[in-house]
Design a protein around this ligand. Structure first.
Ligand SMILES: NC(=O)c1ccc[n+]([C@@H]2O[C@H](COP(=O)([O-])OP(=O)(O)OC[C@H]3O[C@@H](n4cnc5c(N)ncnc54)[C@H](O)[C@@H]3O)[C@@H](O)[C@H]2O)c1
Length: 355
């Protein structure tokens, strides 16, 4: 066996239907007294429900989280948190809400309790992102890792089917790239394979029966494992392309991941055959070259939009996207070269199967 380094990131995870009720105890456990509840404008109702649950330990509800954490939104949130005297943040929502919590924690170093309601996985990573102008910058800092995560599948029942499917494939992308990460290690690879298997099993059920709490729980379990993968090992070409598509072209994050994943997995199958074979096996296939086509078929089963064209990517932007994806590339098993990356983006734009 090859040598490796494994360092676990210390968050406390409480998992199960109904665990939201334990939130007040978890706030007390951190020794906090004034928790500011963060969420998106659409989920203000849930934020207020959480604040009521917290009672006198709630500092207020800040329902201004938006995708990709624009720097102005982060600054306004930090000012509001200071004005309200918050000493802890309860981020209840998807990656956008948790991202806002991280932007505040990055400066205040105050603890975050994350209550994820999508499958994005941000709640178990020390990675933060901030968007200034058209460029999204990401970084790692231990201060932004939520101290406690409450995974309550009941909170995902309202996640619309199309967002559930895309968000689940966003999670799967973390697990796929973990298997061929330059700093991959056997523990995270086990989690990655189990994550792919759990998500591939659960997501079609979630799409068919969105109120099936067992399938929702299984999907959230797969998403947790995928988030752990994202937080522990480096990501590659797929994540680089998706950051470009989100930050520069403002494409919806989860959908961009879902559309791109079959293509980026296929791009790497010859350079990382053992990793892609594990992906294929978790999806019911055998060979590394099965992984991309099986991911493409799963996308079709889940009703994921067929191509980048269907989620708002202008055809005229493909050249710029290819250039940006090749600038300061992340480590990747297959060489990251402009011509094949442009060809890959064009196929993804048209919604074709990976080739
Ligand atoms: N830093 C990290 O480690 C990391 C990891 C993954 C994603 N991200 C970031 O997270 C963002 C994307 O997060 P996301 O895909 O979770 O989307 P999101 O948080 O933007 O949520 C998408 C939409 O779904 C709504 N929503 C969320 N949960 C819901 C529920 N249970 N029921 C009904 N509606 C619900 C939200 O209000 C929002 O309108 C991106 O900015 C991405 O870069 C960061």
């Amino acid at each position: 066996m090859q040598g490796f380094v494994y360092q676990s990131a210390p968050s406390r995870v409480v998992f199960g239907a109904g665990v939201l009720a334990q939130l007040p105890d978890e706030v007390m456990r951190l020794g906090a007294r004034r928790a500011l509840v963060l969420t998106t404008p659409e989920r203000r109702g849930l934020g207020e429900r959480v604040a009521r649950l917290l009672g006198e330990r709630a500092a207020g509800v800040y329902a201004q989280a938006v995708m990709h954490v624009p720097i102005d939104v982060a600054r306004a949130a930090r000012e509001e948190a200071t004005r309200l005297g918050a000493d802890c943040y309860v981020a209840v929502g998807g990656g956008s809400t948790i991202g806002l919590g991280k932007a505040i924690a990055l400066e205040s170093a105050q603890p975050i309790i994350a209550v994820p309601t999508t499958y994005a996985g941000s709640e178990v990573t020390p990675i933060y992102g901030l968007t200034e102008g058209r460029l999204k910058k990401t970084g790692r800092d231990a201060r932004v890792l939520p101290r406690t995560v409450l995974y309550d599948p009941e909170l995902t029942l309202t996640l619309p089917v199309d967002i559930s499917a895309a968000s689940g494939m966003n999670a799967m992308a973390h697990a796929v790239e973990a298997l061929y990460a330059q700093d991959a290690n056997p523990v995270i690879s086990l989690m990655a394979e189990e994550s792919i298997r759990a998500l591939a099993q659960a997501l079609p059920d979630v799409v068919r029966h969105p109120d099936n709490i067992t399938a929702r729980g299984q999907a959230l379990y797969g998403a947790w494992l995928a988030g752990v993968c994202l937080g522990h090992v480096g990501m590659a070409l797929h994540h680089k392309i998706c950051h470009t598509l989100g930050g520069t072209f403002n494409l919806p994050h989860a959908q961009a991941h879902a559309v791109m994943l079959p293509h980026t997995a296929h791009y790497n199958h010859a350079a990382a055959p053992l990793a892609l074979q594990r992906v294929a096996r978790a999806l019911g296939g055998e060979q590394a070259s099965d992984a991309g086509p099986l991911l493409h078929r799963l996308n079709q089963t889940l009703g994921i939009p067929a191509g980048l064209s269907a989620i708002g990517m202008p055809e005229a932007g493909l050249e710029e996207a290819a250039t940006l994806a090749c600038a300061n590339p992340y480590d990747n098993p297959a060489p990251v070269e402009r011509a094949p990356i442009l060809a890959l983006l064009e196929r993804a734009w048209r919604g074709e199967a990976p080739a």
